[in-house]
Design a protein around this ligand. Structure first.
Ligand code: NCD
Ligand code: ZN
Length: 362
């Protein structure tokens, strides 16, 4: 039986009382970047999470086993030598990906999963997949060896409205893909719509989804709040309020098909605040605080542990973390900006106070 989180004195408005102890969480979708940015951001994720599924969309994508080994070594080199954080590496699927490269990487325990970026859907996806038909042999292999497929679920045709791209993907790409490969285990990443949540709920056991803190908190109006707000822009973009509410319901439902994936995606402030600014919200430094806020607002703090720490490992067939962490009901101020990559990054919730504070390992 999962350990039931303890919640002491959760009286609303109390500044210092109230503590939540949960099994140490994992982040099932993060962008750690490379070089100076990696060195600036890796410790935020390692501080809050036991493991993370690391996205492979580097400028030179992680398509080979050796790339993943080297990248993993760079991640660990960016962290203190005694870190207990475990980066779980992913392969970036291209039209020309060799199935044997994938299966040997998976067999060796280097690749935990493979990521499908539709070509040109998002940051560094220009080498992505142009059609499912192009990667059929790869998907057949993945289904056979039981290697999870992680999907950025958006169509890219310019005729499709940007706010419809996920729902159209679910209907026109994912449904047929699921029928063609019924035993392939799939994570639909960073879902943003009721349609995606409904698809995942209705699909069989092998289909799950990650949900970001920002999609639980903002709707599309946040991008236009009194002016253009580039720091609220990510892909898939936030949708209408009814979708945000559907995501909150899914995340706090206790349904093991929905689990934590921050999609923390740092870009230097100048790259966000620019003509053609980059997509991505940097939420790693206060990720658990952000999720705790949402679960508290939904009176569902008792559901946070399953979402953050249990359902992901169950899907990936990995052991649960043995450590526990403490969250305390005590306001924490999120800075306006943090140093990174010889410049600055803006964290999600910058300039505001979050009601729950992550205190570290129990
Ligand atoms: C991600 C990035 O910047 O790498 N951006 C984002 O808006 N989420 C890519 C992605 O996951 O789409
Ligand atoms: Zn992402």
């Amino acid at each position: 039986m999962p350990k039931v989180p303890t919640i002491d004195s959760p009286s609303p408005g109390s500044a210092t009382e109230g503590q939540l102890v949960i099994r140490r969480p994992d982040d099932w979708h993060v962008h750690l970047r490379d070089g100076a940015m990696l060195r600036a951001v890796a410790s935020y994720t390692a501080h809050q999470f036991g493991r993370a599924i690391v996205m492979p969309n580097l400028p030179v994508p992680v398509t080979r086993v050796q790339h993943a080994k080297d990248y993993r070594a760079r991640i660990l080199a960016a962290l203190p030598a005694d870190t207990t954080f475990e980066p779980l590496m992913t392969a970036y699927l291209t039209d020309t990906m060799d199935a044997s490269e994938l299966s040997s990487g998976f067999g060796e325990g280097v690749f935990t999963a493979a990521k499908l970026y539709p070509a040109r859907a998002t940051t560094n996806s220009q080498h992505g997949v142009t059609s499912i038909a192009a990667i059929e042999p790869v998907l057949e292999t993945m289904q056979r060896i039981d290697m999870p497929l992680l999907i950025h679920g958006e169509v890219t045709s310019p005729e499709v409205d940007v706010f419809d791209r996920e729902a159209v993907f679910v209907e026109t790409v994912l449904q047929p893909l699921r029928q063609r490969f019924p035993a392939l285990r799939i994570v639909l990443e960073h879902i943003t719509t009721q349609e995606a949540a409904d698809f995942v709920m209705a699909a069989g056991e092998g289909v799950a989804a990650t949900i970001t803190p920002h999609h639980l908190e903002i709707n599309r109006n946040a991008m236009f709040d009194g002016g253009l707000r580039p720091h609220m822009y990510c892909l898939p973009t936030a949708k209408r309020e009814r979708h945000r509410l559907a995501l909150r319901a899914a995340a706090t439902s206790g349904n093991p098909k929905f689990f934590l994936g921050t999609d923390s995606a740092p870009h230097e402030i100048g790259a966000k605040e620019s003509d053609c600014g980059c997509a991505g919200i940097f939420n790693a430094p206060f990720a658990l605080e952000a999720y705790a806020k949402v679960f508290a607002e939904e009176n569902a703090l008792d559901k946070l542990e399953g979402f953050a720490s249990e359902f992901g490992p169950a899907f990936y067939r990995l052991p649960l973390n043995q450590e526990h962490v403490v969250l305390q009901r005590q306001g924490i101020d999120v800075p306006e900006r943090l140093p990174a990559d010889e410049g600055w990054v803006r964290p999600f919730h910058s300039g505001s106070t979050l009601p729950w504070r992550y205190r570290g390992l129990a």
